[in-house]
Design a protein around this ligand. Structure first.
Ligand SMILES: CCCCCCCCCC(=O)SCCNC(=O)CCNC(=O)[C@H](O)C(C)(C)COP(=O)(O)OP(=O)(O)OC[C@H]1O[C@@H](n2cnc3c(N)ncnc32)[C@H](O)[C@@H]1OP(=O)(O)O
Length: 179
């Protein structure tokens, strides 16, 4: 994909290391917050991601583009696809069990995605440098080896849990890292 130097690991970046508490290979990641637009089972119009990690470092996830995800008639909204990439990238960095937020998200939209399409999303970390994590991902249509619809690259920034307490509304909500 075309990506900027901002989302490219600099010299000296180190590979990610999965946290021992991260789900084992093939185990479902589960939702981090029940009302999350990406993974929350209680979100009425969300993506309802089903995610797991085959190797403790990569995240694979699936969802079906629905009626509520349209931009043009019958086609997925680009912002919804970007949200799906953000969710997959965020899930992959959560395998490190450190709190990160998206600083920059770059997306290439390669194909229109019709409503009803099952998208197979994959995300992985390409390096860590201090508080910065560099991530890449892709979404394929219809099958894990189907045509690529979206590619993404991102810079995530490590924060403390206080980030969510100070800026969010965590009262009465059960969540992991990103409320
Ligand atoms: C199971 C879990 C699954 C989770 C899935 C969830 C997926 C969704 C994830 C999200 O969408 S998170 C929500 C969207 N993101 C945000 O709301 C973040 C809003 N931004 C902020 O809160 C702050 O700007 C941020 C914490 C990112 C950075 O503020 P800080 O004051 O902590 O750090 P600072 O601004 O000093 O930046 C630290 C470094 O990152 C760099 N940086 C930060 N933002 C950048 C940016 N946008 N582009 C390029 N570089 C950036 C910055 O230049 C600097 O580089 P240097 O250390 O080299 O000087």
């Amino acid at each position: 994909m075309t990506r900027s130097t901002v989302t490219t690991p600099p010299p000296g970046a180190v590979p990610p290391e999965t946290h021992p508490d991260a789900p084992g290979p093939g185990q479902p990641l589960g939702p981090h917050y029940s009302r999350c637009f990406g993974c929350g089972p209680d979100h009425p119009t969300g993506l309802h991601f089903e995610a797991s990690s085959p190797d403790g470092l990569t995240v694979t996830a699936q969802f079906t583009v629905g009626e509520n995800h349209q931009g043009a008639p019958g086609l997925a909204h680009g912002g919804v696809l970007a949200a799906a990439m953000d969710e997959a990238l965020g899930s992959s960095i959560w395998l490190l069990r450190k709190p990160y937020v998206t600083g920059r998200l770059e997306t290439d939209f390669l194909r229109p995605v019709p409503v009803g399409t099952r998208l197979f999303v994959k995300a992985w970390c390409t390096g860590i440098s201090g508080r910065k994590a560099y991530l890449e991902g892709e979404a394929r249509m219809g099958a894990p080896d189907g045509p690529v619809a979206v590619r993404a690259a991102a810079l995530f920034i490590e924060v403390t849990i206080d980030h969510f307490v100070e800026h969010g509304d965590v009262s009465g909500h059960e969540f992991e890292v990103n409320p």
